[in-house]
Ligand binder design. Structure first.
Ligand SMILES: *Cc1c(COP(=O)(O)O)cnc(C)c1O
Length: 298
């Protein structure tokens, strides 16, 4: 079997479902809200992680996959699950040497249970992991010199092109497509798949304001230049990655109850909160259809 046959044998639910929800906070401003349920693509390779990993699993062609993440990385979890399901060896390089001496948190314990080898590095080494010499040293120390390397967050050119399908599935269905961004790889690809009349709105969950340049670089790598109409709204990161407030938690619980949607907290909660705020301040045109991409699940 080729890589893509293996992936097809996992029976991903594609295109992912598109569901309309009735929510007065949108309808009273004349906005139709759709949920693009990428969280339902596969029970373990969830959401945008499927779209980003699939082409890389193919390109790895059976080699060990090495990738990078923090102690709670959804990307590490998805890579580990893919490795178990497809019988591919995986190594996760984890930020934080000190974690090596502590019991694994539930996220890393899952990775280990899925057969992922964990290799902990100190924060300074981790920061320099894209320098060729540092990377070579990490791979040597992890005993993974011939491995296929997937960058942190999984966003390389293959992953970005893999996310174009999310855009093509949404052609003709919405005026604005909104999603939460970490590395911005999903946005970079999704935008390239949309029709010229559609635009993308990204809600970064990390603080820093570096994402515009990162997305431009990812689009250049994947497509040779800028694609599509996209913008970012930096007001809804709640202090940074994995930061939350009681207000955000209450909002997420309330959304779950109203719509029966399990709301992933690191990304999806911030997206939905941001969209409600944008609707209330009148930033979304009355009469328009908004598709919120549900990129993951709790
Ligand atoms: C990884 C992840 C993202 C971020 O995707 P990027 O391509 O890195 O921007 C968004 N939502 C969820 C649920 C994720 O797990």
């Amino acid at each position: 079997m080729t890589g893509s046959d293996v992936l097809a044998s996992l029976h991903p639910r594609l295109p992912s479902p598109l569901q309309e929800v009735r929510d007065a906070r949108f309808t009273r401003h004349g906005i139709r809200l759709l949920l693009k349920r990428d969280d339902l693509i596969h029970p373990e390779l969830i959401g945008n992680k499927w779209r980003k990993l699939a082409p890389n699993l193919d390109a790895a062609a059976g080699r060990r996959i090495v990738t990078f993440g923090g102690a709670y990385s959804n990307h590490l979890r998805a890579t580990a699950a893919a490795g178990r399901i497809l019988g591919l060896p995986t190594t996760g390089v984890v930020r934080g040497q000190e974690l090596a001496d502590r019991p694994l948190n539930p996220s890393l314990a899952r990775c280990a249970a899925d057969g992922m080898r964990l290799h902990f590095v100190d924060r300074s080494t981790y920061r320099h992991k894209t320098d060729p010499e540092t990377l070579a040293a990490i791979l040597r120390a992890a005993g993974a010199e011939d491995a296929y390397v997937v960058p942190e967050g999984g966003s390389n050119a293959e992953a970005v092109r893999g996310c174009m399908s999310l855009g093509t599935e949404l052609r003709g269905h919405a005026d604005v497509v909104a999603l939460a961004c970490g590395t911005g790889g999903t946005l970079a690809g999704l935008t390239a798949g949309l029709a010229p009349t559609q635009r993308t709105l990204g809600i970064p969950v990390l603080k820093g304001g570096f994402l515009t340049a990162d997305i431009q670089a990812l689009q250049k790598q994947a497509f040779g230049g800028h694609r599509g109409a996209w913008s970012l709204d930096d007001r809804f990161h709640f202090g940074g990655y994995a930061r939350t407030t009681p207000e955000l938690d209450t909002f997420a619980e309330d959304f779950e109850q109203r719509h029966g949607l399990p709301v992933e907290r690191l990304y999806v909660a911030k997206l939905l909160y941001g969209l409600v705020a944008l609707a209330e301040e009148g930033s979304l045109a009355p009469g328009s259809t908004l598709a919120a991409v549900i990129t993951g699940r709790p």
